[in-house]
Design a protein around this ligand. Structure first.
Ligand SMILES: [Zn+2]
Ligand SMILES: [Zn+2]
Ligand SMILES: [Zn+2]
Length: 260
């Protein structure tokens, strides 16, 4: 199969960084790594491009990363900071003249069907997003273009959400707890992408120490933190305090890794 390329399209929490109207040192930082669009990622598999979530910044992210196409979307959950940009997949429908498949759990796809009802109800007309909903279940792997994707359940406070294991990489966003049965499927992960909101604890997101604790348990070769708030602090200062192999991700960062 060769290498998969993974691009961080966005690494910010739901409001992004800078936050509208905020004059804190992080939001005013000139460092480009302190400018975080809403959390999302792209995975290049040969000629195929998948994205994980389509948040409100999706269009801007697709332009910035020069995505040539989008073949599939893997959704983690239906919060707006992960779904609000879905309508902007339409140009890829026209370019490819094919539907885009949305993978998600039952709850997420139901919510998308409600929020984007015009795409699913009534007579189809040109200009509508062409979307196919494909329901997936935790622990039931599926194959995309020869690559196995394993959906794994996490808890976002009380909300069950999905993360994804793709070969040596695991992608987990918006988690605040890892269910007991999920741990064994994370074993052996080499590249861990994990949410870490800020330094202080939070009810529905891992904070920095909780994320570091997960890293200590799983011992990946590299860990990248995402879904970061302005309250985390400036990128350069926080990064300097992290253990070896642990990184705050930033928008535009790219990784590539062999598959399988
Ligand atoms: Zn979120
Ligand atoms: Zn701020
Ligand atoms: Zn969320």
């Amino acid at each position: 199969m060769g290498d998969l390329k993974f691009v961080f399209l966005g690494t910010g929490t739901s409001q992004g960084v800078p936050i509208l109207g905020c004059a804190c040192p992080v939001c005013r930082s000139p460092d480009p790594r302190d400018k975080r669009l809403r959390t999302s990622a792209a995975i290049f598999v040969g000629e195929q491009v998948w994205v994980i979530d389509t948040g409100p910044d999706f269009r801007q992210q697709a332009l910035r990363a020069r995505l040539p196409t989008v073949d599939a979307v893997l959704f983690t959950h239906a919060h707006k900071d992960h779904t609000a940009g879905l309508d902007d997949v339409r140009p890829f429908n026209y370019l490819q003249n094919k539907r885009i498949v949305l993978y998600g759990d039952h709850r997420t796809l139901q919510q998308i069907r409600v929020e984007y009802a015009y795409a699913f109800e009534g007579p189809p007309y040109p200009g509508l997003p062409q979307l196919t909903l494909w329901e997936i279940e935790p622990f039931s792997p599926f194959c995309l273009h020869g690559v196995e994707v394993l959906p794994l359940p996490f808890l976002h406070y009380r909300l069950p959400i999905l993360g994804y294991r793709i070969g040596r990489l695991a992608y987990i966003t918006d988690a605040s707890a890892i269910p007991e049965e999920t741990w064994k499927y994370l074993r052996g992960v080499e590249i861990l992408v994990l949410n870490a909101l800020r330094k202080e604890p939070h009810i529905s997101h891992f904070h920095l120490d909780a994320a570091l604790e997960v890293v200590a348990q799983l011992k990946p070769q590299e860990a990248y933190f995402i879904h970061i708030s302005h309250l985390m602090g400036r990128h350069a200062e926080v990064q300097a305090e992290l253990p070896p192999g642990v990184f705050l991700a930033y928008d535009g960062l790219e990784l590539s890794f062999p598959y399988p």
